[in-house]
Design a protein. Structure first.
Length: 315
């Protein structure tokens, strides 16, 4: 009996890219005759005609399924919904913009079936077409998080990976609200093979990831998989207390020996601003962790589904 491979595709305003993606993934599915396919598209609150296109595809191809959110919940929520909706013995995560080449799937599948890997991930060896400033900060992020986290993050790793059902179930067992999938994939472990490939530019449409969104996402990753920022803020606070104690002793001796001059106000103002900045920074770091705890305790759903392909059969 043939195994089932689920292709999970997160979509947000991808009306231009979906037809190209569908044509490419169908070609790949036709080449992989030893496995059955299902294509699960997750509409993450798109404001264009993405949902209409998905409905049309579902009507003409029984392998196409879709999940549509009530609003935009973000890519992390979309990936989680796709994994929960997938029935496959093997599951892959892909983007609709074809930056995750479907032609790699046969090779990835062979590594799992023939070589016994639990997961085959992809990583870009170049960042061609990406702004230099974004590439620089991306490399710095991976260097920092690998130093402060116990979970290894692979530089250039994509969400595009093929996983066994066992690994997918392990990921779904992690019910946290604040999700950082790259870290979750590494956290659950399992034997992973990495495939390297050259960066591919979008086939259509525009990227939804601005520099600010990537920065926020990086902070999410750091606070989700490391408490080192809290330790750093505590060490800095202790260091400043020590410096202040030394300065007090110095001022007392200086006053007793040389008197009490009134000079030094500019330097005092600078010190006050510096210490205040460090305090605010430390409070901000603490606030990030408190905010995550606050969101987790609410137990709100990661996403809300408005409709799926099953609703089409009712009409």
């Amino acid at each position: 009996m043939k195994k089932l491979l689920s292709v999970v595709v997160s979509c947000y305003n991808e009306e231009e890219a979906i037809p190209y993606f569908y044509d490419e993934i169908i070609k790949t599915a036709d080449d992989m005759k030893d496995v059955n396919f299902e294509f699960i598209f997750v509409n993450d609150g798109s404001k264009d005609k993405t949902l209409d296109i998905l409905k049309d595809l579902a009507k003409k191809d029984k392998r196409v399924k879709f999940v549509s959110f009530s609003r935009n919940f973000g890519k992390e929520a979309a990936m989680m919904a796709g994994l929960e909706y997938a029935n496959g013995d093997y599951v892959t995560l892909m983007d609709a913009d074809l930056q995750d080449p479907p032609k790699l799937l046969p090779e990835m599948y062979n590594y799992i079936v023939k070589d016994g890997y639990d997961c085959v991930g992809t990583r870009r060896v170049t960042r061609k077409g990406e702004p230099p400033i974004r590439s620089f900060f991306a490399r710095m992020f991976y260097k920092i998080i690998n130093r402060i986290s116990k979970v290894e993050m692979v530089d250039g790793a994509r969400d595009y990976r093929l996983m066994t059902r066992q690994m997918v179930d392990a990921i779904l067992s992690l019910k946290e609200y604040n999700r950082y999938s790259k870290g979750l994939f590494s956290f659950v472990g399992f034997n992973t093979k990495w495939i390297e490939y050259e960066n591919v530019e979008r086939v259509a449409g525009e990227t939804k990831w601005s520099f600010w969104k990537l920065l926020v996402y990086a902070i999410e990753g750091i606070t989700a998989f490391s408490t080192v920022p809290l330790v750093i803020s505590a060490i800095v606070g202790l260091l400043f207390c020590l410096i202040s104690f030394i300065m007090i002793i110095f001022i007392v001796f200086k006053t007793l020996i040389f008197g009490d001059p009134t000079s030094g106000w500019p330097s005092l103002a600078c010190i006050i601003f510096l210490v205040s900045g460090v305090q605010l920074f430390s409070i901000g770091v603490l606030g990030q962790y408190l905010a995550k705890t606050y969101l987790e305790t609410k137990r709100r759903p990661v996403y809300i589904i408005k409709e799926t392909d099953k609703d089409l059969k009712k009409d």
